[in-house]
Design a protein around this ligand. Sequence first.
Ligand code: HEM
Length: 350
Amino acid sequence: MRPKSALFYIDDLSELMDHFIAKVESLLDDDRKIKDLARPLHEFALDAIGIMFIGSKLHVLQGSEYGKLVIDKVIKAFEMFLTVQGLPKSIAPYIPQYKEFVKITEEVYLMSKEKIFEAIKKHEVDGSLEGTVLEKMIERCGKDSPLPVVMANDALFAGIDTTGNTAAFILYHLATNPDKQEILYQEILKVVGSDGKMTEEALAEMRYLKACQQESARIAPVALGTARSAGQDMVLSGHQIPKGTFVIRMGVLMSNDERYFNNPEQFMPERWMRGCPQHQKPKNPHANIPFGHGPRACVGQRFAKLELYMAVFKVIQKYKISYDGPVLGIDYLGLGSLNGPLNLKFEKRV
Ligand code: HEM
């Protein structure tokens, strides 16, 4: 999952964002406001994973049945995950919520498997998987290995409301911080102009765009933390932790703690930019790790970031976005999501 492999999809994602914008336009009311942007963002995220991982256009933004069902089931599964994740293995199979969780994840697996097999069959005729993660996995593991299908299914499962909710937060933060939105727009104008395309070179220059993503995910990491089983006896913050204990790192507390970030409640992308007066040297390299850390860190990080950069770039290049509803925060029903509808106003810039 080297950075290059994600950048390969810049043009596809750019085209997908054109569909996203067409969808948003179709949902705007007379005041150019949308009721809730969350759903179209989930649809964009699933379509993007379809393209990057299984070389398939799933037409989720266009209302495909597969998309509707999978998005609902995945959201439900993540909600249940908080309840079932800590259950001891010996009793889990007898707990109704666990049984339902297993049922939902199986249903998603079966639906996605069908799409993945279709993609593999098509590839045998027209080579359409060329360059995709699925093709690389098949080359590496062999065509009879179950791993490529499991990996593609994991990606279709894990890449929906993670990226969708994260995108919703960035757009909310930009809509409620118009001065920061303007700085980002000026960066876009400087690098590609008012109707230029995103390219690998342009992305390399868009430091403020990346800082906005990092800052938004610091304030509102959609994964509230990460979990591990202690591999050995250890002491954490003075507590004795026996081997095998289930330990959760509450990342959201650390990334919003003023011991690590000045004025943590402020959306300040500049804190991530060397050379800016507000730049802050990291006081702890692990204080903001929204994609986790180490060998089990998020495998989709590069892909998710590219999706987020593309989504924010396209929206801000075309629209001035604003929000005048109640202040929104993060709720962790499963994954973190905005605790109210994201009814943004989209004013065309040119
Ligand atoms: C903004 C979007 C995303 C966020 C914030 C996110 C966050 C995370 C986090 C915190 C973990 C656990 C890491 C750890 O325990 O150290 C994780 C794992 C994982 N993520 Fe993501 N993720 C995102 C998008 C994606 C996407 C698009 C995919 C699709 C490929 C994906 C696939 C996975 C998989 C398969 C794992 C399990 C890795 C393992 O256990 O080895 N994620 N993600």
